[in-house]
Design a protein around this ligand. Structure first.
Ligand code: ADP
Ligand code: MG
Length: 258
C-alpha cells in the first residue's frame, strides 16, 4: 500500500461529533404551486468511527440533506457544523460520492481523480502522487489512462471513490453509491469498501451513506436513520451492534440479512 494514503488515527466512540446538523430546514420555491418544504428541522450527528445510513423513500429529501452537509447548498434554516465550525461551502474535510458517478467523460481516470485536488493549490507532482495512491487503493491500478466510457459501472464508481478519497477527507458522504450498479458489482464494491474501512486503510473517520436498500444499510452501517417524507425528517433510528467491526466482512453475516 502506498504510504501517502493515511491510516485512521482516532479514538472510536469519541463523543465530539465530526458533523452536526441541527434543525436543518429546506424549502424550494415551486412558483404558482407555492413552496415545497423538503426538510423539516432535521438533526443528524456523525461521530468518529461510525458509518451512518440514511434510509428513506425517493423524494424524501435525503440528497438535499447530504448536499447541505457537504456545503453544496446553504439550507433555508438550521445549522451544519464540521468539527465545530459552521459549514458555508464545500471543504476538503468532507467529500461526496454521487449515485451517477459524476465523472468527466473527456478526462482519463487519473485526470478525473486529480481534479479532486484542483481547488487545493497542491503542486502538480504531489497531485499526481496522491491521485495514483488513491487509484491504487481503490483497485484501479493499471486503468490510470482509461476513459470513463471504457469502464464498467463498478469501475466508474471506483473512480468516483478515488476522487473523493484523494483529498484525504475526514468525512465521506455517499449518495446511493451502489444503486446504479448490478447486484453482484454492488456487493463487490461494498465489500471492498468495508475491507478498507475495517482495516483503517482509508483516511476517513466517518461515513454518512444514503440508500433505499435496507439490506445494504444493515450490512454497512452502525446506525440507520429512517427518513420520513413530506417533509423529510428523521422518524426512527436503528442501531446495528456487531461484536467486532470485522464481523461485517463475515460471509455468514451477509447471508443472514439476504
Ligand atoms: P431524495 O434524495 O430523498 O430522493 P431529494 O432531496 O432529491 O430527495 O428531493 C426532495 C424533494 O425536493 C423532491 O420533491 C425534489 O423534487 C425536490 N427538489 C430537490 N432539489 C430541488 C431543486 N434544486 N429545486 C426544486 N426542487 C428540488
Ligand atoms: Mg436522492
Amino acid at each position: 500500500m502506498n504510504e501517502i494514503i493515511a491510516t485512521r488515527d482516532f479514538k472510536a466512540g469519541n463523543a465530539t461529533p465530526l458533523v452536526s446538523a441541527k434543525e436543518v430546514c429546506q424549502s424550494y420555491d415551486k412558483g404558482a404551486a407555492g413552496s415545497l418544504v423538503v426538510l423539516d428541522k432535521v438533526d443528524v450527528e456523525l461521530r468518529p468511527g461510525e458509518i451512518v445510513g440514511l434510509l428513506g423513500r425517493s423524494g424524501s429529501g435525503k440528497s438535499t440533506l447530504l448536499r447541505a452537509i457537504a456545503g453544496l447548498i446553504q439550507p433555508s434554516g438550521g445549522t451544519v457544523t464540521f468539527e465545530g465550525r459552521a459549514v458555508n461551502g464545500p471543504s476538503s474535510g468532507v467529500a461526496v460520492v454521487f449515485q451517477s458517478f459524476a465523472l468527466f467523460p473527456w478526462l482519463s481516470v487519473l485526470e478525473n481523480v486529480e481534479l479532486g485536488l484542483e481547488a487545493q493549490g497542491i503542486a502538480p507532482a504531489e497531485r499526481r502522487k496522491r491521485a495514483l495512491a488513491a487509484i491504487d487503493l481503490i483497485g484501479l491500478d493499471g486503468f490510470e489512462s482509461a476513459y470513463p466510457k471504457e469502464l464498467s459501472g463498478g469501475m466508474r464508481q471506483r473512480v468516483g471513490l478515488a476522487r473523493a478519497l484523494v483529498v484525504h477527507p475526514k468525512v465521506l458522504l455517499m449518495d446511493e453509491p451502489f444503486s446504479a450498479l448490478d447486484v453482484l458489482t454492488a456487493e463487490t464494491l461494498r465489500t471492498d469498501l468495508l475491507d478498507l474501512w475495517c482495516e483503517g486503510r482509508m483516511p476517513i473517520e466517518a461515513i454518512l451513506m444514503v440508500t433505499h436498500n435496507i439490506e445494504e444499510a444493515v450490512l454497512m452501517c452502525d446506525r440507520i436513520l429512517i427518513f420520513g417524507s413530506n417533509p423529510g425528517r428523521v422518524i426512527a433510528e436503528l442501531k446495528v451492534e456487531l461484536p467486532q467491526p470485522r464481523d461485517r466482512l463475515d460471509p455468514a453475516f451477509r447471508t443472514l440479512v439476504e
